[in-house]
Write a protein that binds this ligand. Structure first.
Ligand SMILES: [Zn+2]
Ligand SMILES: [Zn+2]
Length: 324
């Protein structure tokens, strides 16, 4: 049995025994047609987590950068990963993206406008689905570079992103440790780009899961660079420099997620052959070692604090102008 059919049969069972009865019970028949695809994406999400584990765990065990006396702080990252890859990514990237695309293209068609897709803009791509898929990945990755770089440029936005950086025991589970509001911003960002370049609904979650697999690897606690391919794909060494403690020589560098081209192009790349300790010395301890909910609350508090600072300085400036 092929892998596709194996996944389809698992998804079919879950759909029939767990999802459809719920839909019938609540009279949500309009979702009936989509529910199988949605479950299938959840199964892919779980498979992606298992593959990530199968690839990264032995590498972390064999070539660790750091050895930890216990892995308590890693447990919360496992929870973040499961929530994100098996729950949130499938729901948001498939169900909502599908709805958004239907509404968006429908509204445009009603107005007599048919938006261009990547293939209509670059006709050479017609008949080359793999190349088109790679182009989608490159465009999404470029968008993510700027989202990430901007999140480091605004103090209020970084207040949310600090949760991602607070981890001192960085491992392949750490990619998804994000504040929920930061995740909302990321998804909206990807949504807009995905809609603008016309990514087909089913390809969108698969793309996200593939990109996220590479991001898991780049967070892994592995002494690993890609040698001659270091300039083609982001390695654990490259992304670790982005997470390095300021005291250990952290520079504003390496914002890329999957491909290092954007860092090279916009002069933020640092390929130094070093493995520095990670974390954010300024972040409250709860962001490093707290549980899921206490981290979310602490992140929201930091945001409120930063926003009120911005407001206070805005009003102070206004008052000062009045006095002049
Ligand atoms: Zn960052
Ligand atoms: Zn990271």
């Amino acid at each position: 049995m092929g892998l596709d059919r194996f996944f389809s049969s698992i998804a079919g069972d879950i759909d029939q025994h767990a999802i459809l009865p719920v839909l019938y019970h609540f009279g949500w028949m309009q979702w009936e047609e989509l529910s199988f695809d949605w479950v299938l994406i959840c199964v892919y999400g779980l498979f992606a987590v298992l593959v990530t584990y199968a690839v990264c765990w032995p590498l972390e065990a064999a070539f660790p950068v750091e050895k930890w006396p216990n892995r308590k702080a890693v447990a919360v990252d496992v929870l973040y990963t499961l929530i994100s890859r098996v729950g949130v990514i499938p729901i948001v990237s498939f169900l909502l993206f599908y709805q958004a695309q239907t509404v968006f293209t429908g509204a445009l068609a009603d107005a007599g406008f048919f938006p261009p897709t990547l293939e209509t803009l670059v006709p050479v791509l017609f008949g080359h689905p793999l190349v088109t898929f790679l182009c989608y990945a490159l465009i999404l990755d470029l968008a993510d570079y700027w989202r990430h770089r901007l999140s480091h440029s605004f103090r209020a936005w970084y207040a949310l992103h600090a949760l991602h950086h607070a981890q001192r025991q960085m491992s392949f589970w750490s990619d998804d440790r994000n504040h929920i509001l930061d995740d909302v911003i990321s998804f909206l960002w990807f949504f807009v780009v995905g809609l603008a370049i016309g990514i087909p609904p089913l390809q969108f979650p698969i793309l996200l899961l593939l990109l996220r697999f590479m991001e898991s690897l780049s967070h892994a606690n592995i002494r690993l660079s890609f040698g001659p391919f270091e300039h083609l794909l982001i390695s654990p060494r490259f992304h670790r420099l982005h997470h390095a403690l300021r005291a250990a020589g952290r520079r504003s560098c390496n914002y890329g997620a999957v491909f290092p081209f954007w860092d090279m192009m916009f002069r933020t790349a640092d390929f130094s052959p070093v493995y520095l300790p990670t974390g954010d010395a300024q972040a409250p301890e709860v962001l490093a070692t707290g549980g899921y909910f206490s981290q979310q609350v602490a992140g929201a508090r930091l945001l409120v604090k930063e926003v009120s600072k911005v407001r206070t300085s805005f009003f102070e400036k206004k008052e000062a102008k009045k006095l002049l």
